[in-house]
Design a protein around this ligand. Structure first.
Ligand code: ATP
Ligand code: MG
Length: 445
């Protein structure tokens, strides 16, 4: 273990001191302890205490208190602009619906509270004066990079099916291995995920996809992915019979995911980009082909993301990238400008990044050259941005108002002329200069 001394930020220390000075026990717990012990900065700090919710509220009456989930014993206290979740030690009752406990009981035992947590690495508590409280040996598992359920994996997954996906998520994000007993239960009980809401699955799956170990986790637990996204199963083991590809469609997909920057839109687009391939497969003397697969991938991506109830922004952008992913790039500035014009600057960059990841996951014989071409396009985009090259209507040196003052009637005609000017500028037929553009417009009248 690298560092057993954790220094919580001042507001968190204030929260601990406030509770301890009032005679209660208080610890930081869960993800923040895990991350601090790994030497990564925790993104939020949760506390646990034997104070009951009303006692927590009384302790923090001078602070802004949000009653997040009083019946589950959770209160959020804002100290120095930092929201800190404080939860009363609790034991979860029966989980009749495989999702949430029917009841929770407050307890005075920290060990009991830690027992209800999902994995040993998430079941550690710490107080600067009392040190690490680790009854389930999470520090050892952290050291050997293992995700292991607290207690019987079968029972724990039976209580809450989401933990199946959480095990995979933590294995991916932390780049850990799932311990054998836990892994067996993940496979055996995967259908419990049918009890879990789409939104919670989407949250965990998105984190999983953005993790450093996404490829190995989704290789080992492909069956779980197909339980939540059955439309992806046909990719599994689908031989591409094509010299451009060393891998089957699913293996290629996972390599593309791993080669994308760890960002939700890109990783989802990578996961879904070739989902239409098994449905469009044809062969001839040159091998396998997948004509029109991007369109089918887009339909499948739409269904998959709808099933996940993903937000509209991600939905639209992922579908756009999937639809465009096999656009043939000819390496010219003109084409790149057109892509930016059509998709917008951010989506164009994402398309280039997806394209690069896609070629990175293709056959070794062409890989180096194609990656080089992709890098050249990314550098070209950067250069065009630095030059503030005109690639959108708002960058054009004239406005709709200018055209109307030349006598073009308000409405459709103005838009058409602006688009024609932009086309001409992108083609290099006209400079993006006000006088030259206005002269051109006059010559058309
Ligand atoms: P991160 O916030 O970095 O994603 P985390 O470990 O803080 O990771 P959260 O989902 O924020 O994860 O949960 C906080 C803690 O609550 C976990 O560390 C774990 O102890 C406990 N926990 C969360 N969800 C569950 C669950 N479904 N079953 C059991 N314990 C859980
Ligand atoms: Mg957290």
């Amino acid at each position: 273990m690298t560092n057993l001394q954790i220094s919580p930020p001042a507001p968190v220390q204030t929260a601990l001191d406030t509770l301890c000075n009032a005679g209660y026990e208080a610890y930081i717990v869960g993800g923040c302890v895990r991350d601090a012990l790994r030497g990564t900065a925790p993104h939020d700090w949760d506390c646990t205490t034997n104070a009951k919710p009303d006692e927590i509220c009384a302790c923090f009456r001078d602070f802004h208190v949000i009653e997040t989930g009083l019946q589950h014993g959770t209160v959020t206290v804002v100290i120095g602009h930092m929201p800190i979740e404080i939860t009363t030690y609790r034991i979860d009752g029966v989980y009749a619906d495989h999702r949430r406990p029917d009841t929770v009981t407050f307890t005075d035992s920290l060990t009991d509270d830690l027992a209800r947590r999902d994995f040993t690495v998430n079941a550690m508590a710490y107080h600067p004066d009392r040190g690490l409280i680790d009854p389930y040996h999470g520090a050892d598992d952290l050291h050997t990079k293992i995700i292991r359920c607290v207690g019987s994996p079968r029972d724990r997954f039976d209580e809450d099916g989401l933990r199946i996906l959480r095990a995979m998520r933590f294995a991916s994000v932390l780049d850990f291995t799932i311990e054998e007993g836990t892994a067996n239960a993940v496979h055996a009980q995967k259908t419990l995920l049918h009890h879990i809401s789409a939104e919670r699955i989407d949250t965990e799956l998105t984190k999983l996809l953005c993790g450093i170990g996404a490829e190995h986790v989704l290789t080992d637990f492909a069956d779980v992915l197909f339980t939540v996204l059955p439309e992806l199963e046909p990719m599994h083991g689908f031989d591409q019979c094509n010299p451009h590809h060393d891998y089957d469609v699913y293996a290629h997909t996972l390599k593309t995911v791993a080669a994308c920057p760890p960002e939700p839109v890109l990783r989802w687009a990578a996961l879904l980009h070739d989902s239409g391939k098994p449905h469009t497969f044809t062969t001839d003397e040159h091998g396998g082909h997948f004509y029109g697969h991007a369109v089918v991938s887009k339909e499948i991506a739409g269904r998959a993301l709808k099933a996940m109830k993903c937000d509209r922004r991600r939905y639209d952008r992922v579908l756009l990238l999937v639809d465009q992913h096999d656009l043939v790039m000819n390496g010219t500035e003109k084409q790149l400008k057109r892509i930016v014009r059509k998709l917008g600057d951010e989506a164009a960059e994402q398309l280039l990044l997806l394209h690069k990841a896609d070629v990175t996951a293709q056959a070794a014989c062409h890989r180096a050259q194609r990656i080089e071409e992709s890098d050249r396009l990314l550098a070209m985009l950067e250069k065009l941005r630095e030059e503030d090259a005109c690639m959108s209507l708002k960058q054009l040196a004239v406005t709709g108002g200018d055209l109307m003052s030349l006598g073009i009637p308000q409405g459709k005609a103005v838009g058409e002329m602006l688009n024609a000017l932009l086309e001409a500028v992108i083609d290099g037929a006209l400079p993006n200069e006000r006088a030259a553009l206005l002269d051109y417009v006059k010559s058309c009248l």
